[in-house]
Design a protein around this ligand. Structure first.
Ligand code: AMP
Length: 397
């Protein structure tokens, strides 16, 4: 595979798969443009070399074909501003509109194709559709880490229509993979993984894959309580996945036999209802009264977790420690973010990934205080589960 930075794109028409699946408000204003900004260096390098850029992406989950609310034309003004040039638009990603728009591109031009998912063939991974897309450009660049775990036409199937020296990762994809590999395969010890979020069921595979790699596995968030119940504790009305109690027990038993430690919070901020105006109390986790629910980790847990984090050299964080969207249950997640930031300042490598931990770190304005914030939610999770991502495999083959 050619190295993106060393490739000279002069005179090439470069088909770039980006992940512009950004949130829009009711007036089609982009409420978070992180994913668009993340693709800018790749686009600008191609333009600077004298290549032309054809961007393709999905937006949302259109069901039966074109729908204005999922049209990528809403992104044109903002993208043009980010790139400093007027971005052209083709109102279909294949067929006449795409072919004529791409054939009239000049060096330095940027064309955005309409939403790939207006064609069901995209998610089905249909070869004929992928081939039509591939006819638009003579070089294929995949820079969509956020969709790398999908075997879709534009993310994986398309790669077979390009020779090995004409397909490669873009700069974003490259840095995502390098940082993930650094954590997964070259982690300096002690390596601590912090896993939070709502459900154990979403995190079983990542826990199992990380158990052989980390020295400490910190567990917080809603999934704490399934583990506590598996240990025989009363958890009141806290979140619990009854059908995962056995798995939680097995994980704890396995950990006891390995050279690593699972840390569960010893206390919680509990509430009498799932609401920002609930009554709250700070209690040890063997003192949760019936009818009350744990919605954040407590002070003792913050202190214990922070100590471990501050002594770590590699930190992976996925999932919030509590219901950080509500102010009374924010402190746990914020304190852990502060500990990760402090450890980073002291020389640790910290990677934060997964939708909600990224949202939390952005909400606290601390995204610059960690080593790397991944743009891939599901993709990042699957990578750390040890799976081969189709978007990566297709280019490596
Ligand atoms: P996930 O998508 O699995 O990473 O879960 C993120 C969600 O888990 C966030 O919306 C949090 O509000 C929620 N969450 C975190 N801690 C708890 C808790 N103790 N009880 C219920 N939900 C929680």
């Amino acid at each position: 595979m050619p190295d993106f930075n060393s490739f000279n794109f002069a005179g090439h028409k470069v088909l770039v798969r980006v992940d512009f699946n950004v949130p829009l408000d009711a007036n089609f204003n982009i409420t978070d443009d992180t994913r668009m900004r993340a693709a800018v260096p790749t686009i600008q390098k191609i333009r600077k070399d004298g290549g032309s850029v054809i961007l393709m992406s999905h937006l949302g989950r259109p069901k039966t074909g074109p729908e204005d609310k999922f049209s990528l034309h809403h992104l044109i003004p903002h993208l043009s501003k980010l790139l400093g040039c007027q971005v052209k638009f083709a109102d279909d990603c294949i067929g006449e509109p795409a072919v004529s728009a791409s054939s009239s591109l000049k060096p330095g031009d940027v064309l955005l194709l309409e939403n790939l998912r207006f064609h069901p063939e995209e998610t089905k991974g249909t070869e004929g559709f992928a081939k039509q897309l591939s006819s638009l450009g003579d070089v294929y660049v995949n820079d969509a880490f956020g969709t790398a775990h999908r075997a879709h036409a534009s993310t994986a199937v398309i790669a077979q229509f390009y020779p090995a020296d004409r397909k490669m990762f873009g700069l974003l994809m490259d840095v995502e993979i390098k940082n993930a590999n650094k954590v997964l395969h070259q982690a300096e010890k002690p390596f601590t993984a912090i896993l939070g979020g709502a459900k154990v069921s979403d995190k079983i595979l990542i826990i199992e894959n990380l158990m052989d790699r980390v020295q400490y596995l910190i567990i917080g968030g809603g999934m704490t309580y399934t583990f506590l119940k598996a240990q025989g504790k009363e958890i009141g009305a806290s979140l619990c996945e009854e059908d995962k109690l056995d798995v939680a027990k097995e994980i704890l038993e396995k950990a006891a036999k390995k050279n690593m430690q699972i840390l569960l919070p010893v206390d919680s901020v509990i509430a009498d209802k799932f609401a920002a105006d609930a009554q709250t109390k700070l209690v040890d986790n063997d003192q949760i009264p019936s009818g009350w629910m744990g919605l954040d980790i407590g002070e003792k847990a913050i202190a214990e977790f922070s100590k471990v984090i501050l002594a770590s050299k590699t930190i992976l964080w996925n999932g919030p420690m509590g219901v950080f969207e509500m102010k009374p249950f924010q402190k746990g997640t914020k304190s852990i973010a502060e500990a990760v930031a402090q450890a980073t300042k002291a020389g640790a490598f910290s990677l934060v990934g997964g939708g909600d931990s990224v949202a939390a770190i952005n909400q606290f304005g601390m995204e610059k205080e960690v080593s790397y914030v991944s743009t891939g939610g599901g993709a990042m999770l699957e990578y750390f589960e040890g799976k081969e991502l189709p978007g990566i495999a297709a280019i490596n083959q």
